[in-house]
Design a binder for this molecule. Structure first.
Ligand SMILES: Nc1ncnc2c1ncn2[C@@H]1O[C@H](COP(=O)(O)OP(=O)(O)OP(=O)(O)O)[C@@H](O)[C@H]1O
Ligand SMILES: [Mg+2]
Length: 250
């Protein structure tokens, strides 16, 4: 069965790109044809008149992918602001249908597509005269279950539970959390934080990625090759399978 996920975070800069690239590389290393996809990126780097998506460049640095940047990022905007504003500033015509079409193509050509959002969950994508289109509208239109990336810092219980509550308000199915930057020997607070999000929300932690030392790409590849089980892949698959079955029932 084809699998897809939408990866969001409790905040911008929480590690969505790291987790998306890591998961894609890990799955590919396990013989699963996985590809990352970033529908809309803001903060593209202007390189000789062409905008470079840093997120796609990071995915490509972790694993070899048979796609160009344009195929893995449909809209790359220059300003490092919320997509709705970056789109307005660039005076760009963004078609959600083009994103849907590209996702369908990637799904048809691969076993697993990991879609990375921009910023967190309550992020506006289009602020047009006739409509306001939010990240949650895109997730619903693409019919994807949600994976939430969080970090074990002070305040994360609140941020994580608010993300969960917002997804639930918008009736988006959640498969679980990945805790990024979780030290292998956590403090009492870090350990308690992650236990509390599981206990209160009822959703599982599907993996915990430690803080990686420089050079990040080389060390991350070493971690993948050593088959260090920082992600519970069987549980991740089980949760996506449940979502797929529920979707078929509808
Ligand atoms: N586990 C980790 N170990 C070391 N560095 C990390 C780790 N996770 C993320 N980083 C670094 O933290 C920075 C932010 O991470 P990342 O780009 O993945 O966040 P993001 O949620 O995708 O941000 P954005 O909202 O801009 O898309 C990057 O420089 C990344 O390399
Ligand atoms: Mg990112």
């Amino acid at each position: 069965m084809k699998k897809s996920l939408f990866i969001t975070g409790t905040d911008t800069g929480i590690g969505k790109t790291f987790v998306t690239g890591y998961l894609a590389a890990l799955l590919r290393n396990n013989g699963i044809n996985a590809v990352p996809y970033k529908p809309i990126q803001s903060g593209g780097i202007n390189t000789n008149g062409k905008l470079l998506s840093e997120d796609v460049a990071f995915y490509q640095s972790l694993t070899s992918l048979p796609y160009s940047q344009e195929e893995l990022c449909t809209y790359c905007l220059e300003d490092a602001v919320s997509p709705h504003l970056a789109i307005k500033k660039a005076n760009k015509n963004v078609e959600i249908a083009a994103i849907k079409k590209q996702l369908t193509k990637l799904q048809a050509e691969n076993d697993f597509v990991l879609v990375e959002g921009a910023g967190g969950l309550a992020v506006p994508l289009l602020d047009e005269q006739e409509r306001l289109y939010m990240t949650t509208d895109l997730i619903r239109d693409l019919q994807l279950p949600l994976l939430i990336v969080t970090e074990p810092h002070l305040g994360m219980i609140n941020h994580t539970l608010m993300t969960v509550a917002y997804a639930q308000l918008k009736e988006i199915p959640i498969i679980g959390f990945i805790v990024n930057n979780m030290p292998r020997t956590p403090t009492r607070m870090q350990q308690d934080n992650i236990e509390m999000i599981e206990k209160i929300s009822g959703f599982p932690i599907l993996g915990m990625i430690p803080p990686m030392k420089e050079p990040i790409v080389a060390n991350t590849n070493k971690m993948i090759e050593s088959e260090d089980e920082v992600i519970n892949l069987p549980l991740l698959f089980e949760k996506i399978e449940i979502f797929s079955l529920k979707k078929e029932e509808v």
